[in-house]
Design a binder for this molecule. Structure first.
Ligand code: C6P
Length: 541
């Protein structure tokens, strides 16, 4: 359904795009709205008295109104930001000013980093308590614990409406009651719910609601912070500059009316216009229909995925409690290797920690593969995913992650004869890693994390007489990271420190001897970072 409205999907008919939780594709109407704005309306808002500026200001205002209608709010309650992340940072900083020592902030264990770190920072600054509502074994929030945790000390409850990893829909209404009963505010991260569910902020009972345009067919760089009017009126801005003032003297400034007071500087006018076009597009289909179609896809995908051996779904298995975002792990395979394999089959998924490292820690895993669907995906797309996973489960590791990729990363080719030999070597180092373990005696060590997938390695070195006498490593990872560590540690032994310090990423590439896709550079780089880190740590000591 609707695939023909999306030029990218039209241009790449064989692509199965299942990375919609990261960002969705854009319909032609949104692309045209952006082009039309720059061709016919481009001008700054609020500032000029000329015709174009008035036109741009009107378009910008209309965008506020469209967003307000979309979530059941008033236009004054809609603050445009660059995205969910900025919205959450803004609200954390604004509310943070009002917090006192020993006040408590309650989050959940399934939050995205964007709804953790801003509160962590505030909690540190203000010496507030930070608590996390735990999960049940069914990947939902433990509401019994939530009822205990939200108490008279709680000032803020900040929760994701829908988890970007688990797909779980959280009981926001109940959380709002719990928060309000103790005089706390409820902040909702709606990044993953606004694209899929019909949102009415009044029905949800939340005080603030944040979401991004790019996850719901809109452009990147535009997002929303909704706040109840009375609350926004009583908050002071944390960003200052043009457009947000009423009057400025050398010593003092007063603020513009809502929502301009919170939109300092030239806003993303084109983005707002594009977001309005996206909302028009979604409204034309109907959010209820989008939700209904999501349920259909979900039921089908859940049934098919749950039949695959060695595949474990990480998320609720009841279709009503979730949206069509499926995280899963494949027994004994690293999510990167699975993602790479699917990519080779023209299926775009995300693999890693999905910016939810604390959740991964709770689940006891480093990462997952995530297939996230949107309304333009079809049952056939599910079938293609399942069929590729079948192939993966039946294939040898040879086919899993190593392939030839041309410079623009689109066309896959065969490996040359020489590269085939290197590939065998890489696989051998992956299956039987050399130098794995902890050295009994070591002079240097370093723990490094791959920020993309959360893999952790620790490197141990024994340096004597300015030479690497011995080396080992610990930690698991994908084919590329493990083979790189194994190959590099072999290469280093007996070499002068100075020589090893000069190793670059090219050294790893030459040791691997096969082309790797750009997205895997961080996997290869992990070994080198650990080596450089260990040598640096040691020299400093
Ligand atoms: N999640 C994902 O692939 P921004 O980047 O500001 O538009 O959205 C941040 C954000 C906040 N909360 C949730 C629940 C999210 O899912 C996201 C973005 C993407 O899952 C990129 S990490």
């Amino acid at each position: 359904m609707n695939k023909e409205d999306f030029p990218l999907l039209h241009e790449h008919p064989n692509l199965v795009y299942l990375d919609n939780s990261a960002t969705t594709q854009k319909p032609l109407s949104v692309i045209n709205a952006l082009v039309d704005f720059y061709k016919n309306t481009n001008s700054n808002v609020h500032r000029g008295i000329h015709f174009l500026s008035q036109k741009a200001t009107m378009e910008y205002q209309k965008a506020h109104e469209a967003v307000a209608d979309f979530i059941g709010a008033e236009a004054e309650e809609i603050v445009f930001t660059s995205g969910t992340t900025q919205s959450l940072n803004l609200i954390a900083r604004m509310l943070g000013r009002k917090l006192r020592e020993d006040d408590e902030i309650v989050l959940t264990e399934m939050e995205h980093h964007s709804n953790i770190i801003p509160w962590q920072q505030i909690a540190k600054e203000k010496k507030c308590g930070l608590k996390y509502i735990p999960l049940t074994s069914g990947y939902t929030l433990d509401m019994k614990e939530a009822r205990q945790m939200i108490n008279s000390k709680t000032r803020i409850v900040a929760v994701t409406h829908v988890s970007n990893v688990l797909g779980t829909i959280n009981p926001v209404r109940e959380l709002a009651s719990l928060a309000h009963d103790v005089g706390a505010l409820l902040i909702v991260d709606g990044a993953q719910s606004a694209p899929h569910l019909k949102i009415n902020v009044k029905d949800l009972g939340c005080d603030f609601f944040a979401f991004s345009g790019h996850k719901m067919c809109g452009p990147t760089g535009i997002g929303v912070l909704y706040g109840k009017k009375g609350l926004l009126q009583n908050l002071d801005p944390v960003e200052f500059g043009g457009g947000m003032i009423k009057e400025v003297t050398k010593w003092h400034a007063t603020w513009a009316d809502l929502p301009a007071k919170f939109e300092a500087g030239t806003p993303n006018i084109a983005g707002a216009v594009g977001l309005r076009a996206a909302i028009d597009y979604l409204n034309n289909i109907g959010m209820e229909k989008i939700q209904e179609q999501g349920r259909e896809l979900m039921a089908y995908a859940l049934q098919k995925l749950s039949l695959l051996p060695k595949v474990r779904i990480i998320g609720p298995v009841i279709a009503n409690e979730r949206i069509p975002v499926f995280s899963f792990t494949v027994d004994k395979m690293h999510p990167h290797d699975v993602g790479d394999f699917l990519d080779k089959h023209n299926i775009a998924v995300r693999a890693g920690h999905h910016c939810a490292m604390p959740l991964m820690k709770t689940l006891g895993i480093n990462g997952t593969v995530r297939a996230s669907f949107y309304f333009y995906n079809t049952l056939e797309d599910v079938d293609k995913l399942i069929s590729a996973l079948h192939n993966l489960l039946n294939s040898k590791m040879e086919n899993v992650s190593l392939r030839n990729v041309d410079k623009n990363q689109i066309v896959f080719g065969e490996l040359t004869e020489k590269q085939e030999i290197y590939k065998e070597n890489v696989l051998d180092h992956y299956k039987e890693p050399r130098n794995k373990g902890i050295l009994k005696e070591y002079t240097h060590s370093c723990r490094e994390v791959n920020p993309v997938c959360g893999d952790v390695v620790t490197l141990y070195l024994n340096v004597e007489n300015e030479k690497i006498q011995n080396v080992s490593f610990m930690g698991n990872g994908c084919v590329i990271s493990q083979a790189s560590l194994s190959l590099l540690t072999e290469e280093m032994k007996g070499k002068p420190v100075q020589m090893v310090q000069n190793f670059t990423l090219n050294k790893i590439f030459s040791l691997l001897g096969i082309p790797i896709s750009h997205t895997r550079y961080t996997c290869a780089f992990l070994s080198l970072k650990a080596v450089h880190g260990a040598l640096k740590n040691g020299l400093r000591n």
